[in-house]
Design a protein around this ligand. Structure first.
Ligand code: ADP
Ligand code: MG
Length: 348
């Protein structure tokens, strides 16, 4: 059989880890990214640097690959749609269009009778004024947000003028949930009622960026089951192919809410590389390349620490690892504040 080539849109650390997983399965990867310094070029077989709307380059990319996937959600729908006419794109472009829009995403979740935070669409300053009831809240851009970017926490309506909100963007205002915990559930779906699901992961954020993840999550059996059930419902309803992550909030009364859906492999699942027989990355590759589904088995409990900004320097300079520890350097050349630079997984 000739070797499979997988095309991946997006060149961050998720692309790197997908490439590493693909290599293990003897699959070639070509990464397409609009960042010339994309770290994943250190890990893939071939790299195309171009804008996401460059029709010629997109066509050239499609010709070189057998299947296509993506590692971040902010890719123009048109691009995914054009590519899908040439080669199978998984997850399908319409899923990405839905999820990359926070309002459409939340409407979709509520239609399934799954709880989310209370939210409202905001297009102007005037829209915000009568919304006291949603405060304290977080104003978020409806599209293009990640790692807390494009978000404004608002406690009181009087703060609006000093926030310098750019109303060229469309927003969603979400009521703040009094958080007890955050968890995520990662699921890889291969077809109708065919999926592999990881156990819920407990996550801690700092400045709206993920800092720490661990399994098992310290949650009740009821929340353990409910979060998995909701993840399965969402994946089935989307007819999703590939790895999907659902982020959840748990409030002080133990109510579960879906925060958001990530139509891709997810930072909280990095510990699956070492803690499971099949990682979220390998499972994604298997699903989008239509390979065999393998029964998932947890091998270890684990925790993961994200290495952010200049924390990476000490790790790079004098790292002593125990046998149960695994360090991943994303090989990003520029160290920036709040930038994810690497992670450390410790097996328990
Ligand atoms: P991103 O797309 O940047 O990941 P999220 O909506 O997941 O955006 O927000 C990032 C983090 O900010 C969440 O994981 C949570 O810690 C905090 N957060 C966001 N929205 C709310 C909310 N409505 N109530 C409480 N905390 C929130
Ligand atoms: Mg999030």
């Amino acid at each position: 059989m000739s070797k499979i080539t997988l095309g991946i849109l997006g060149g961050g650390q998720l692309g790197s880890m997908l490439s590493v997983a693909a290599k293990k399965l003897d699959i070639k990867t070509i990464i397409y990214c609009d960042d010339q310094k994309a770290p994943s070029q250190n890990f893939c077989d071939d790299f195309i640097y171009a804008e996401y709307n460059d029709k010629n380059k997109i066509y050239e990319f499609a010709k070189k690959v057998d299947y296509i996937t993506y590692e971040f959600e902010n890719i123009p729908f048109e691009t995914l749609n054009e590519l899908n006419k040439l080669k199978t794109v998984s997850p399908k472009p319409s899923v990405n269009r839905l999820i990359q829009h926070r309002l459409a995403e939340k409407d979709f979740i509520n239609k399934l009778n799954i709880r989310t935070t209370r939210y409202v669409n905001v297009k102007s300053k005037e829209d915000l004024l009568p919304l006291d009831d949603f405060l304290p809240g977080i104003l978020k851009t409806t599209t293009m947000g990640y790692d807390g970017k494009g978000q404004y926490p608002i406690k009181d309506i009087s703060e609006i003028n000093s926030l310098n909100i750019d109303f060229k963007n469309d927003y969603i205002l979400e009521k703040l949930v009094k958080l007890k915990k955050e968890i995520s559930v990662i699921i890889t779906r291969f077809g109708n009622n065919k999926y592999e699901i990881y156990e819920p992961i407990e996550n801690t954020h700092k400045d709206q960026i993920l800092k720490h993840s661990k399994i098992p999550a310290e949650i009740s059996k009821k929340l353990f089951n409910q979060s998995k059930e909701w993840a399965i419902m969402i994946a089935e309803e989307l007819k999703y192919i590939g790895t999907l992550c659902i982020e959840f909030f748990i409030d002080r009364n133990d109510n579960l809410y879906v925060n958001e859906i990530a139509p891709r492999v997810h930072n909280s699942g990095h510990l699956t590389i070492n803690a499971y027989n099949v990682s979220q990355f390998e499972n994604h590759i298997r699903a989008v390349c239509f390979l065999e589904q393998i029964k998932l088995k947890k091998l270890f409990n684990a925790e993961m620490n994200n290495i952010i900004g200049d924390e990476i320097i000490t790790y790079r300079e004098n790292l002593k690892l125990n046998k149960n520890q695994f360090f991943f350097d994303y090989l990003k050349k520029d160290i920036k504040e709040k930038r994810k630079m690497g992670h450390l997984t410790t097996l328990k």
